[in-house]
Write a protein that binds this ligand. Structure first.
Ligand SMILES: Nc1ncnc2c1ncn2[C@@H]1O[C@H](COP(=O)(O)OP(=O)(O)OP(=O)(O)O)[C@@H](O)[C@H]1O
Ligand SMILES: Cc1ncc(C[n+]2csc(CCOP(=O)(O)O)c2C)c(N)n1
Ligand SMILES: [Mg+2]
Ligand SMILES: [Mg+2]
Ligand SMILES: [Mg+2]
Length: 336
């Protein structure tokens, strides 16, 4: 069968069927943002790996090396955050075209060091190979989580509230701006805001901790492929339906402004753009006030965008009236 037909997620299912069953050290295996592993009685190890490929995840004209270093680790820290874990240790492997300058790779590592100091994480190893293909960065991150309380995609219950942190659609807007010949239509400060959303996403480790300790977060996912895709993953893993409200989607003013100027759709960026690395999930209503207070105290934007219902799939109530079924049409390698 053709890869374009099964897509990235169909391929994962097919490959997973070939593997041996996991043993009891695997608390959460394939299927969530990160694996949760138990080696002793104290705490869980949370482990995730992701690749970034030149031409697919970045190009010379969409990111500088220092930001690329930041973003490469941010994506993995975000997966750890989505499990309620704290990122601790990383391994970084590079497949490098021989034409690359050593200074560029040093800049990459300055960005890696920057995010590691921000989150008190450490690079503890990696690997380097030469390639005649594109530049590839592979990042594996291990984190820590308290035993028994990892945030999964699979616990949403009808009646729960659907939340998202920060704002959404900013990374896609930033990418459109970086690729656009109409940059100057937007004020310089808003240009910088959009470019920062794309190049320097901030993994939501702190809110992951707030959610985990609240005891009422029933599901969580980070936004790599787009809100529509992540919500569908939660709905499918939890066996529930989700209703969200278009009016409630948190968009940064620079994003709506840029959409207006270029005649593009900011809601589509939020739903299908991806790479915002915010957290989306569900909360038992009784946990809401404690979570929102903790977020306010820490300057974290936390928005309710809908509700969990019985059934399946994701529906969005439109601001113009009516509703739209949101398919998992986010970023999917092979179908893109
Ligand atoms: N080649 C593979 N072999 C085994 N498991 C895989 C493979 N590729 C992905 N997975 C697993 O499938 C699940 C879904 O992966 P996916 O990459 O969609 O999640 P993610 O890392 O949260 O998202 P993204 O890659 O968009 O940031 C994860 O548990 C992941 O570890
Ligand atoms: C040059 C360029 N073109 C397109 C994109 C957009 N993009 C690439 S991969 C991806 C999903 C996340 O990746 P993954 O699912 O592998 O974690 C997105 C939204 C980009 N960043 N740069
Ligand atoms: Mg993820
Ligand atoms: Mg992944
Ligand atoms: Mg993805």
């Amino acid at each position: 069968m053709n890869l374009r037909e099964v897509g990235e997620f169909g391929l994962i299912e097919r490959l997973r069927d070939k593997l041996n069953p996991a043993d009891d050290t695997v608390i959460v295996g394939i299927g969530d943002d990160a694996a949760v592993l138990s080696y002793d009685a104290k705490s869980y190890v949370v482990m995730t790996t992701d690749m970034l490929v030149e031409g697919v995840h970045f190009r010379e004209d969409t990111i500088d090396f220092r930001s690329l270093g930041w973003k490469s680790l941010a994506a993995s820290f975000s997966d750890i955050a989505a499990m309620g874990g704290i990122p601790r240790h990383a391994a970084v492997s590079l497949a490098i075209p021989p034409s690359y300058e050593i200074e560029s790779l040093e800049q990459l590592y300055e960005g890696i060091a920057e995010i590691c100091s921000e989150f008190q994480a450490h690079v503890v190893g990696g690997d380097i190979v030469k390639t005649d293909g594109p530049f590839v960065i592979s990042v594996t991150v291990n984190g820590e989580a308290a035993q028994g309380k990892a945030l999964l995609r699979s616990g949403a219950q009808p009646g729960d509230l659907v939340f998202v942190t920060g704002t959404v659609g900013g990374s896609a807007a930033g990418l459109v701006l970086l690729e656009s010949s109409q940059k100057s239509l937007l004020p310089p400060d808003e240009q910088l805001t959009l470019i920062t959303f794309h190049q320097r996403p901030v993994p939501q480790v702190q809110v992951g901790q707030i959610l985990r300790t609240s005891g009422g977060c029933t599901s969580c996912n980070d936004i790599s492929d787009g809100l529509a895709s992540e919500l569908n993953e939660i709905a499918a893993a939890s066996g529930v339906g989700i209703r969200i409200d278009e009016n409630r989607l948190p968009l940064a003013p620079a994003v709506t402004n840029f959409a207006r100027i270029t005649g593009q759709n900011a809601i589509d960026w939020a739903l299908y753009g991806g790479e915002d690395y915010q957290l989306v999930g569900t909360l038992h209503p009784l946990a809401y006030s404690a979570v929102v207070t903790a977020c306010q105290m820490n300057g974290i934007r936390f928005t309710l965008i809908g509700r969990v219902i019985e059934g399946s799939g994701v529906v969005m109530e439109r601001s113009a009236g009516g509703e739209t079924v949101l398919t998992a049409r986010g970023y999917n390698h092979f179908t893109e």
